[in-house]
Design a binder for this molecule. Structure first.
Ligand SMILES: [Zn+2]
Length: 123
């Protein structure tokens, strides 16, 4: 690999780690703000940090074509959640009753997420 290729790789790696701590975490309640499921509210099942994507319960349903297996003797189509880009979901604020941007505040060395709009603690 030449020096240039290495530089490129480093740049890409930097980009990947730009958001090492996503505001969205597993079991958060979030609202989808883009795509077919715009407006839907659901629980975060999985956060794929390196890909900056999340899996939200009941949203972005896709059909997976499964081969017959012991777990799934029928095979065929299985409906399951697809991933969403993390920028397409917002942490749900109970007070505002909708998804909103949050900022992180540090108090006593502990991080809390605060709704930008109403200032209430959001998870
Ligand atoms: Zn709020």
């Amino acid at each position: 690999m030449g020096a240039r290729g290495f530089k490129k790789l480093k740049a890409r790696r930097r980009a990947e780690f730009k958001h090492t701590t996503p505001v969205i975490r597993k079991d958060d309640k979030v609202q989808v703000i883009a795509g077919d499921d715009k407006g839907k509210v659901g629980r975060v099942l999985r956060v794929l940090v390196s890909r900056e994507r999340v899996v939200v319960e009941g949203t972005n349903m896709i059909f997976r074509h499964m081969k017959r297996s012991q777990q799934n003797p029928q095979g065929g189509r299985v409906e399951r959640e697809g991933t969403l880009h993390i920028s397409n979901v917002l942490l749900f604020c109970e007070k505002c009753n909708k998804g909103g941007r949050v900022r992180t505040e540090v108090a006593d060395g502990k991080k809390t997420r605060v709704c930008v709009k109403c200032g209430s603690k959001a998870g």
